[in-house]
Design a protein around this ligand. Structure first.
Ligand SMILES: [Cu+2]
Ligand SMILES: [Zn+2]
Length: 185
Protein backbone atom coordinates (compact mmCIF):
# COMPACT_ATOMS: atom_id res chain seq x y z
CA UNK A 1 0.00 0.00 0.00
CA UNK A 2 2.73 2.40 1.00
CA UNK A 3 4.72 1.49 -2.11
CA UNK A 4 1.73 2.18 -4.32
CA UNK A 5 1.30 5.58 -2.68
CA UNK A 6 4.95 6.43 -3.27
CA UNK A 7 4.65 5.31 -6.90
CA UNK A 8 1.58 7.46 -7.45
CA UNK A 9 3.35 10.41 -5.88
CA UNK A 10 6.36 9.90 -8.14
CA UNK A 11 4.14 9.82 -11.21
CA UNK A 12 2.31 12.96 -10.12
CA UNK A 13 5.54 14.84 -9.42
CA UNK A 14 6.97 13.77 -12.79
CA UNK A 15 3.81 14.90 -14.58
CA UNK A 16 4.02 18.21 -12.77
CA UNK A 17 7.64 18.73 -13.78
CA UNK A 18 6.92 17.86 -17.40
CA UNK A 19 3.99 20.29 -17.47
CA UNK A 20 6.11 23.01 -15.88
CA UNK A 21 8.92 22.42 -18.38
CA UNK A 22 6.45 22.65 -21.27
CA UNK A 23 5.02 25.87 -19.90
CA UNK A 24 8.55 27.30 -19.63
CA UNK A 25 9.28 26.31 -23.25
CA UNK A 26 6.13 27.97 -24.49
CA UNK A 27 6.97 31.08 -22.51
CA UNK A 28 10.45 31.20 -24.04
CA UNK A 29 8.96 30.71 -27.47
CA UNK A 30 6.79 33.81 -27.19
CA UNK A 31 8.06 36.17 -29.83
CA UNK A 32 9.25 39.40 -28.26
CA UNK A 33 10.34 41.41 -31.27
CA UNK A 34 9.63 44.92 -30.18
CA UNK A 35 9.31 46.77 -26.91
CA UNK A 36 8.72 50.37 -25.93
CA UNK A 37 9.72 52.56 -23.00
CA UNK A 38 7.87 55.82 -22.53
CA UNK A 39 10.23 58.09 -20.60
CA UNK A 40 8.74 60.36 -17.96
CA UNK A 41 10.53 62.75 -15.60
CA UNK A 42 11.36 61.51 -12.12
CA UNK A 43 9.46 63.57 -9.58
CA UNK A 44 12.63 64.46 -7.67
CA UNK A 45 14.31 65.86 -10.78
CA UNK A 46 11.57 68.46 -11.31
CA UNK A 47 12.61 68.21 -14.96
CA UNK A 48 10.67 68.04 -18.22
CA UNK A 49 12.48 64.91 -19.37
CA UNK A 50 10.30 62.94 -21.77
CA UNK A 51 10.69 60.57 -24.65
CA UNK A 52 9.82 57.39 -26.45
CA UNK A 53 12.40 54.64 -26.85
CA UNK A 54 11.85 51.61 -29.07
CA UNK A 55 13.74 48.37 -28.55
CA UNK A 56 14.00 45.85 -31.37
CA UNK A 57 15.40 42.34 -31.24
CA UNK A 58 18.17 41.88 -33.79
CA UNK A 59 20.50 38.95 -34.31
CA UNK A 60 22.30 38.75 -30.95
CA UNK A 61 21.60 42.28 -29.80
CA UNK A 62 18.83 44.74 -29.13
CA UNK A 63 18.64 47.93 -31.18
CA UNK A 64 17.55 50.94 -29.17
CA UNK A 65 16.25 54.03 -30.96
CA UNK A 66 14.15 57.08 -30.20
CA UNK A 67 14.29 60.58 -28.85
CA UNK A 68 14.50 62.19 -25.42
CA UNK A 69 13.53 65.83 -24.87
CA UNK A 70 13.63 68.27 -21.97
CA UNK A 71 17.30 67.63 -21.21
CA UNK A 72 20.08 70.06 -20.39
CA UNK A 73 22.37 70.36 -23.44
CA UNK A 74 25.23 67.86 -23.46
CA UNK A 75 25.74 64.21 -22.60
CA UNK A 76 23.55 62.14 -20.32
CA UNK A 77 24.10 58.61 -19.01
CA UNK A 78 21.66 56.18 -20.60
CA UNK A 79 21.16 52.68 -19.23
CA UNK A 80 18.88 49.72 -18.80
CA UNK A 81 18.33 49.34 -15.08
CA UNK A 82 17.40 46.18 -13.25
CA UNK A 83 13.81 46.87 -12.25
CA UNK A 84 10.77 48.49 -13.78
CA UNK A 85 9.92 49.91 -10.40
CA UNK A 86 9.01 53.60 -10.39
CA UNK A 87 7.99 53.86 -6.74
CA UNK A 88 10.87 56.04 -5.58
CA UNK A 89 10.56 59.74 -6.51
CA UNK A 90 14.23 59.83 -7.46
CA UNK A 91 14.10 56.66 -9.57
CA UNK A 92 16.36 54.66 -7.27
CA UNK A 93 13.75 51.88 -7.01
CA UNK A 94 14.84 50.90 -10.53
CA UNK A 95 17.95 49.43 -8.87
CA UNK A 96 21.38 49.30 -10.50
CA UNK A 97 22.34 48.65 -14.09
CA UNK A 98 20.99 45.48 -15.65
CA UNK A 99 23.96 43.18 -15.24
CA UNK A 100 23.03 39.51 -15.63
CA UNK A 101 26.63 38.39 -16.15
CA UNK A 102 28.18 40.06 -13.10
CA UNK A 103 30.52 42.34 -15.08
CA UNK A 104 32.00 45.70 -14.06
CA UNK A 105 30.48 48.94 -15.38
CA UNK A 106 31.79 50.26 -18.66
CA UNK A 107 30.79 51.76 -21.96
CA UNK A 108 29.05 49.83 -24.73
CA UNK A 109 32.39 49.40 -26.50
CA UNK A 110 34.37 48.43 -23.39
CA UNK A 111 35.71 44.89 -23.30
CA UNK A 112 33.61 44.26 -20.20
CA UNK A 113 30.45 46.11 -19.30
CA UNK A 114 26.95 45.67 -18.00
CA UNK A 115 24.37 44.52 -20.51
CA UNK A 116 22.50 47.70 -19.58
CA UNK A 117 25.43 50.01 -20.38
CA UNK A 118 24.42 52.06 -23.39
CA UNK A 119 26.81 54.93 -22.71
CA UNK A 120 25.53 58.48 -23.19
CA UNK A 121 22.97 60.24 -25.28
CA UNK A 122 23.77 63.80 -26.39
CA UNK A 123 21.22 66.57 -26.14
CA UNK A 124 21.49 69.53 -28.51
CA UNK A 125 21.01 73.17 -27.54
CA UNK A 126 17.24 72.59 -27.51
CA UNK A 127 17.61 69.73 -25.05
CA UNK A 128 16.74 67.07 -27.63
CA UNK A 129 18.75 63.86 -27.87
CA UNK A 130 18.41 61.39 -30.71
CA UNK A 131 18.95 57.87 -29.43
CA UNK A 132 20.72 55.19 -31.40
CA UNK A 133 22.22 52.55 -29.14
CA UNK A 134 22.72 48.82 -28.75
CA UNK A 135 22.43 46.41 -25.87
CA UNK A 136 23.75 42.87 -26.00
CA UNK A 137 21.43 39.99 -25.52
CA UNK A 138 17.81 39.12 -25.53
CA UNK A 139 14.94 41.59 -25.50
CA UNK A 140 12.76 39.03 -23.77
CA UNK A 141 14.86 39.40 -20.61
CA UNK A 142 14.59 43.18 -20.66
CA UNK A 143 10.81 43.32 -20.50
CA UNK A 144 9.68 44.68 -17.14
CA UNK A 145 12.97 46.46 -16.48
CA UNK A 146 13.54 50.16 -17.12
CA UNK A 147 15.49 52.69 -19.12
CA UNK A 148 16.99 55.51 -17.08
CA UNK A 149 18.28 58.86 -18.32
CA UNK A 150 20.72 60.62 -16.00
CA UNK A 151 21.34 64.28 -15.28
CA UNK A 152 25.09 63.93 -15.77
CA UNK A 153 27.62 62.22 -17.99
CA UNK A 154 28.46 58.53 -17.68
CA UNK A 155 32.29 58.49 -17.60
CA UNK A 156 32.13 54.83 -18.76
CA UNK A 157 34.55 53.71 -16.03
CA UNK A 158 33.58 54.73 -12.48
CA UNK A 159 32.04 51.85 -10.51
CA UNK A 160 29.35 50.80 -10.19
CA UNK A 161 27.49 53.11 -12.56
CA UNK A 162 29.71 55.70 -14.28
CA UNK A 163 29.06 58.53 -11.80
CA UNK A 164 26.25 59.75 -14.06
CA UNK A 165 24.40 61.76 -11.43
CA UNK A 166 20.71 61.82 -10.57
CA UNK A 167 18.05 59.96 -12.50
CA UNK A 168 16.07 62.57 -14.40
CA UNK A 169 13.98 60.37 -16.68
CA UNK A 170 12.71 56.83 -16.46
CA UNK A 171 10.48 54.48 -18.42
CA UNK A 172 9.41 50.87 -17.99
CA UNK A 173 10.25 48.56 -20.88
CA UNK A 174 6.98 47.01 -22.01
CA UNK A 175 5.76 44.97 -24.95
CA UNK A 176 4.99 47.20 -27.90
CA UNK A 177 1.64 46.85 -29.58
CA UNK A 178 2.48 44.94 -32.79
CA UNK A 179 0.44 47.14 -35.11
CA UNK A 180 1.20 50.72 -34.17
CA UNK A 181 -1.85 52.57 -32.91
CA UNK A 182 -2.44 54.86 -35.87
CA UNK A 183 -4.74 57.69 -34.87
CA UNK A 184 -7.27 55.53 -33.08
CA UNK A 185 -10.23 57.82 -32.47
CU1 LIG B 1 21.55 54.55 -15.22
ZN1 LIG C 1 26.74 49.94 -15.88
Amino acid sequence: MKTTFVKICTVLVTLGLVTAARAADEHDALPVDEAVAVIVPTKASKSDTAGVIMLKQKDGYVQVTGEVTGLTPGEHGFHIHMYGDLRADDGTSAGGHYNPHGKPHGGPDSKEHHVGDMGNIKANADGVAKVSAKADGNLHHMIGRSIVVHGGVDDLKSQPSGDAGPRVGIGVIGLAQPAPATAAK
